[in-house]
Design a protein around this ligand. Structure first.
Ligand SMILES: [Zn+2]
Length: 267
């Protein structure tokens, strides 16, 4: 009898969608934001109402670690593939349109298998290396990536979006990591993200992840200085328990598996 009632509930869910309480919860929206060159300590020093809200409602760690070397395209390739540079083959930090793109499976393949419409908005052209057939919508935009992500997320359907935000990677080398100018830029980014983040939260059944590719020290990044390898991880969701991630030690190569586990949990 219980089994029969369960089967009826499952059939009902298939008919009416997954937002009903009797249904297993699925993510409507998964949004991953990579804020390029974000030093974890900046989260404690800058005014960040939007990210602060996610840190409070979810969990976070300031104990994340980048790749060897800690550089933008190398770190993002490791993040997307779950493989170290030696394993995924992307050991150089350059790419240009027309050159060969990523061949290993990425987070977009995982998302696609879970039925999401996928999108990838990035603000550095070389990150186009990571566009593969599992990406439904993609756009390189130096200044418009956040707006493009929001335009995508308000369309009907279940969305999986990776958004790469630039800014700190320019202010850091010019004024220094954690300088007043750097912290002010983070405040600006945080403010700009607020509408997008509120849109995702408002649509409910969400998973929001904020991370970065590397940090820097002084006006330098990409070196073997310990500060250059650091990065944060923030996870917030209204349907899965994310408290287990509070304060964890995290490598950028672990994001793909972490994501796969959470998508599996909410399916
Ligand atoms: Zn970077």
């Amino acid at each position: 009898m219980i089994v029969r009632a369960f089967l009826i509930a499952v059939m009902l869910c298939a008919l009416i969608g997954s937002n009903n309480d009797v249904c297993a919860k699925q993510f409507n929206n998964v949004l991953i934001i990579s804020i390029d060159a974000l030093h974890p300590d900046a989260l404690k020093k800058s005014k960040i109402p939007t990210l602060g809200k996610l840190m409070k409602s979810g969990s976070y760690t300031l104990n994340g670690h980048s790749t060897e070397p800690p550089k933008t395209l190398i770190a993002h390739t490791a993040m997307f593939t779950g493989l170290s540079p030696g394993e995924n083959g992307k050991v150089g930090n350059h790419w240009a349109p027309g050159k060969t793109t990523v061949k290993k499976e990425t987070i977009f393949d995982t998302a696609s298998r879970h039925g999401f419409k996928t999108s990838y908005f990035y603000s550095k052209e070389k990150l186009g290396y990571l566009v593969n057939p599992a990406v439904d919508v993609h756009e390189w935009s130096r200044d418009g990536a956040i707006d493009s992500a929001r335009s995508f997320l308000i369309t009907p359907g279940r969305h999986f979006t990776f958004l790469h935000v630039s800014g700190l990677d320019q202010v850091g080398p010019e004024y220094g990591w954690l300088s007043p100018e750097y912290l002010e830029e983070l405040f600006f980014i945080d403010d700009y993200l607020s509408t997008l983040v509120d849109t995702v939260i408002g649509k409910r059944n969400y998973l929001l992840i904020v991370t970065s590719d590397h940090a820097g020290h002084g006006k330098i990044h990409g070196s073997d200085h310990p500060e250059d390898y650091r990065l944060p991880l923030i996870i917030s969701s209204d349907i899965v328990d994310v408290k287990r991630f509070q304060g964890i030690s995290f490598s950028v190569t672990e994001l793909k598996q972490l994501l796969a586990n959470l998508l599996e949990e909410a399916s």
